[in-house]
Design a protein around this ligand. Structure first.
Ligand code: M6R
Length: 612
């Protein structure tokens, strides 16, 4: 969480930093601030609330500097407030620092500094780290760079920090461990940010800084070192991203833009990998490691949130097609357990951002135990992509809306292809079934487009139920993970309490909630469970619950049982989740809008959970 931006070069820093903060606001929006350095004067401005509030507060301020850093915060230590906003200044006023992450041993360091007479103006771990650096610098009479290195060796936790120094007119020192940092290389200028979105309009040449690396960044020079003070040659990568991909392109919100992008993002995900006519799937990440995957004794899927739901869907699909046992783990649980990892286990890590702290640590733990890691990641070049031994990108493009939509369908499409590929090599699927599924998968983009054409129907349903205080989402089999995902989306974007259950579990408790005020969303497409789920609908109807159903075109039974229904094109039951989730994404969006929620930045959330 938290977005950080820095600039040093020939332009005015403030407009670059401000625009960057707006692009990174999805990472946190409790408060924001900038530090600008000009003529030996270090000015720090910060404000509780969204970046727009900082922008307003900056009117009339001196913003002429050519070096600056900025931060948009997702609060961890200390409530959202002006004083807890970043940047923080050191006690002697000489340094300004921004930080994304958590310093876990900050309390001990703070105690030590307090004993030495330091006082603090905020409740943050960041201010503690900065004063720790200042203290080391004073005691050792060393450079700021050296003091940072010493301090970082003594702290535990995660960080990406940018520091500017009053007496150093053009240098930003940056360091990371566990929180992302990209440096854009321009002509006589450098850009620093949590992701590439603040950088792409200036340069496509970037360096992804690795953990335990420290960067000394001047307009004309980028020096990369490890914490042992040894120089490292920066590895320059070309960004494969266009500015349009991170703009709203005429839509009111990123979320709805991203929902409507799905026909093309899924197409991009399949393109060059799947050819139904020729009857093949080519994925180098799978093909190059096929022995390992085919011979896996067990597959462990590790993820969080929506990505975990994609993992649960994959469990059903992989076990069905590949006959390999699969377990799906919440990364936050896995990392603190003492999990049993056998030689021959394969870990599939799923993440949109590729920066989720719990997932990263869980993978590092699995890797230490000798597991083979296959990453299913959206953000190219992200930490999880780099930790993985092999993998497949979802190719959904930058996802800015906090609610994950197009990344989820990309994950499902990739995982389906991975499963088919393994099954084909393993011989656990017949040729006919393989071709059937390839054909169905290839048709998904146009079927998603057909669903989106009827988005207004979902809008009417959303208007009808927007005042409900609770929702239940029920699905069976391949659609059970979609019930969970529908409930999560609605909670995030509308603040309505919602729960997802396997439809049959309803009778074991949740049915007590049912009355004439409770909307119950059934994902009731035509599949092997259809008759069973129709019975579950009868049970809800008998108790006067309001039934909203997602059904297959041509189904004549479910409409009679439903107060409202939405039809989707027919498809194979293994592929149905990629279609059934679309109306649920739309439902949460339209309910959120009807309730006046800022759907791209719902309260308390951040796009990328880079703290545990
Ligand atoms: O970037 P990741 O896929 O690792 O993120 C995992 C979750 O934080 C994420 O899916 C979260 O649940 C979304 N806000 C859901 O819409």
């Amino acid at each position: 969480m938290c977005g950080i931006v820095g600039y040093t070069g020939h332009r005015k820093a403030y407009p670059v930093v401000l625009k960057g903060l707006k692009r990174l606001e999805y990472r946190g929006y409790d408060s924001s601030g900038v530090a600008l350095l000009k003529d030996g004067q270090l000015n720090v401005y910060k404000k509780k609330g969204k970046v727009a509030e900082l922008e307003e507060a900056m009117i009339g301020k001196d913003i002429d500097a050519c070096i600056g850093i900025g931060h948009t915060r997702w609060a961890t230590h200390g409530e959202p407030s002006d004083r807890n906003a970043h940047p923080h200044q050191s006690a002697n006023g000489k340094y300004a620092m921004i930080h994304n992450g958590i310093i876990e041993n900050y309390a001990l360091i703070k105690q030590d500094l307090t004993n030495k007479g330091y006082t603090f103006t905020s409740d943050t771990d960041t201010e503690v780290l900065l004063n720790f650096i200042e203290d080391i610098q004073k005691n050792n009479n060393c450079s700021l760079e050296e003091a940072i290195r010493i301090a970082l060796k003594r702290v535990t936790g995660a960080y990406c920090i940018l520091i500017i120094e009053q007496d150093n007119p053009d240098t930003i020192i940056a360091a990371r461990k566990g929180s992302p940092l990209v440096i854009g290389i321009g002509k006589g200028e450098h850009f620093l940010a949590s992701d590439a979105s603040p950088i792409i309009e200036y340069t496509k040449e970037v360096v992804y800084v690795n953990d335990y690396e420290l960067a000394i960044v001047k307009p004309d020079e980028l020096i990369l070192k490890n914490l042992g003070n040894e120089k490292i040659t920066p590895y320059i990568t070309k960004l494969d991203m266009e500015l349009a991909a991170i703009e709203k392109g005429g839509y009111d919100h990123f979320m709805i833009k991203e929902i409507f992008e799905q026909p093309s993002t899924i197409f991009d995900c399949l393109r060059g990998r799947l050819d139904a006519k020729e009857g093949y799937i080519k994925m180098s990440g799978v093909d190059d490691h096929i022995e390992q995957l085919v011979n896996a004794n067990r597959i462990l899927i590790i993820a969080c949130g929506t990505s975990w739901h994609a993992g649960l869907a994959a469990e059903y699909i992989i076990e069905e097609l590949c006959r390999i046992p699969v377990e799906v783990e919440y990364a936050s649980e896995f990392r603190y357990r003492n999990p049993i990892i056998h030689k021959g286990d394969v870990i599939i890590a799923i993440s949109q951002s590729g920066e989720t702290a719990d997932t990263i640590v869980a993978l590092e733990k699995a890797k230490e135990n000798g597991a083979f890691i296959f990453g299913v990641v959206n953000a190219v070049g992200s930490s999880i992509a780099r930790i993985s031994h092999a993998g497949a990108y979802t190719h959904a493009g930058p996802e800015i809306g906090v609610a994950s939509t197009k990344a989820f369908t990309g994950q499902l499409a990739v995982l389906m292809m991975v499963a088919l590929n393994i099954a084909k090599h393993k011989g656990s699927i017949t040729t006919d079934r393989y071709s059937e599924l390839l054909n169905e998968l290839e048709q998904v983009p146009e079927k998603v487009a057909a669903i989106l054409k009827d988005a207004d129907q979902i809008k009417s349903i959303a208007d009808k139920y927007k005042s409900a205080t609770d929702f239940l989402f029920l699905g069976r089999g391949y659609n059970f993970p979609i019930a969970l995902e529908g409930a999560l989306k609605l909670k995030e974007i509308s603040y309505i309490h919602a729960e997802g259950y396997p439809a049959a579990e309803m009778k074991h408790g949740p049915i007590a909630l049912v009355d004439e005020n409770l909307p119950v969303v059934f994902i009731a497409t035509r599949d092997v469970y259809h008759e069973k789920i129709v019975s579950n609908m009868q049970e809800i109807k008998a108790r006067k619950g309001k039934i909203i159903s997602i059904i297959t075109e041509g189904d004549t039974i479910s409409p009679d049982l439903s107060n409202d229904y939405f039809s989707i094109p027919s498809t194979d039951e293994l592929i149905a989740p990629i279609l059934t989730v679309i109306p649920l994404q739309l439902l949460s969006y339209y309910v959120g809008i009807a309730k006046g929620v800022d759907v791209d930045k719902p309260r308390n959330l951040a796009k990328s959970v880079t703290v545990e």
